[in-house]
Design a protein around this ligand. Sequence first.
Ligand SMILES: Cc1cc2nc3c(=O)[nH]c(=O)nc-3n(C[C@H](O)[C@H](O)[C@H](O)COP(=O)(O)OP(=O)(O)OC[C@H]3O[C@@H](n4cnc5c(N)ncnc54)[C@H](O)[C@@H]3O)c2cc1C
Length: 494
Amino acid sequence: MQNSILAPGNYIQDTYSCQYLIVGTGAGGSVAGALLAEAGHDVIYLEEGGYYPTEFYTSNISEMTSLLYRNQGVFPFLGKPSIAFAEGCCVGGGTVINGGLIWRTPSWILDEWQNDYGLEGYSNKELIKHFETVEKDMHVITCEPEEKENLDSLKLLKASEELSWKYVMVPRAVKDCINNNLCPTGCPTGAKQSTLENYIPRSIKNGARIFSRCRALKIIHSDRKAKKVIARVMGEESKHIEILFDHLVLAGGAVQTPHLLHRSRISSMAGRNLQFHMNLKVVARFKDRIDAEKGTIFTVQVQEFSREGLLITASNMKPHYIAMALSHYGNGVINSVLEDYQNLGIFALMVRPKSIAHIISRIGDQPLVLYRFHPDDLSKIRVALRRTANILFQAGAIELYMPIAGIEKVKSLHELDKKLDSMHPEKLEIITVHVMASCPMGPDPATSVVNPDGKLWNMKNILVADASILPSNIGTSPQGTIMAFAHEIINRHI
Ligand SMILES: Cc1cc2nc3c(=O)[nH]c(=O)nc-3n(C[C@H](O)[C@H](O)[C@H](O)COP(=O)(O)OP(=O)(O)OC[C@H]3O[C@@H](n4cnc5c(N)ncnc54)[C@H](O)[C@@H]3O)c2cc1C
């Protein structure tokens, strides 16, 4: 396997060639590469991040973050408030550092894409075979919360029942998970099924080569045909290589794919409509011990308000994560809260906002992402925080630390209501890990960037197979959808 993976130091040629060049080895790229290699094509993957298989992963969260994330995990969406965006940058992309939640696209979203965006051929009936394949390939299962080991999720489940709110057990890509709670920094036991466990080895078995730590800088094209990609070997700043190909598949994620298109002067429409989820974290202190670190994550998801764009789950637990979730409260509060560590839980709410971002590629090597906070999102977040607090108090929380700068902990809904009334958007602590729809797929070149076959409208030989192509904000974790769409696109192509 190692011989198939090039890294800085062993790029001995200046020029390489292949039939299919795939930029990005994450959720979409790895599916595309595996299917193309299995169909007998000569595939090269270009991946900016390094190759770090399971044996590299440790419980040192800051070390792993700098190894596996883009910009060591720091990439702001500029706006008020600025939003911290995190994405994987390693062989396997986001799948290496994500929670492993694999959802089928909600059927009401697929209906919306068909009815409002005119996208044909991607109904539930047409995609179901791909969902089943992805679930099998990724070993997707649901875990029941156990009485001893999943008390944060169990508390959500019981409170949902008491409130008569809808909840579901979460489908996750895991095999023999031992609950070490390190999914966001690389699973050290290999239990979480990233693409390093399946699509990447399958690709290599069928002859694919991986060029790791090598960033695609520019696509050279003429007469609407892409000819080669110029790439920089990371860590060897002056070392550039070029890769010639017959077909190019872009799968660098919803920020980097449009950026590469801009840099190559291929599409100015790409990146204008970047959509994303807003994640906010609430730290809850319970009267009794819940030992949240012992459970696996995200076992239960509260879906009562999913149509309104709100999902609630328990999140990963480690002292570092408490410190990160409470950074706006300052060291004094963090230290005193941590004294009661066994009684704490972190709960994540995910909001589907109306705010939209756009990508600017004029300065330097990296894109700038700007967004405008949509006024309707403030009331949406207010309601989301209130509902989350409601279920947590119902679950037995005695105090909550909210993702709002400048407010004290709250001990009741009444106290929270007063604070929410005077809440300003700039005070919100928002992160995002789901980005999409920056090169939307659709039937009309005036309103979409790729056609329903995944091909760029204005180019003869460029496919896009990542989160960029989702027609709009999906409102749920997107990996299952990205992988299903990648299957459909490559099936139509080979
Ligand atoms: C902490 C975290 C938790 C998450 N949890 C979940 C979850 O549980 N379930 C879920 O569905 N989703 C989750 N997500 C989101 C999910 O991981 C992404 O939506 C998904 O991986 C996106 O797939 P993609 O193919 O678009 O891009 P990615 O998986 O991000 O892969 C893109 C790859 O392309 C590489 N690349 C980019 N530009 C270039 C270039 N110019 N040259 C070479 N290489 C390049 C990148 O380094 C990266 O490895 C999570 C994300 C994060 C960060």
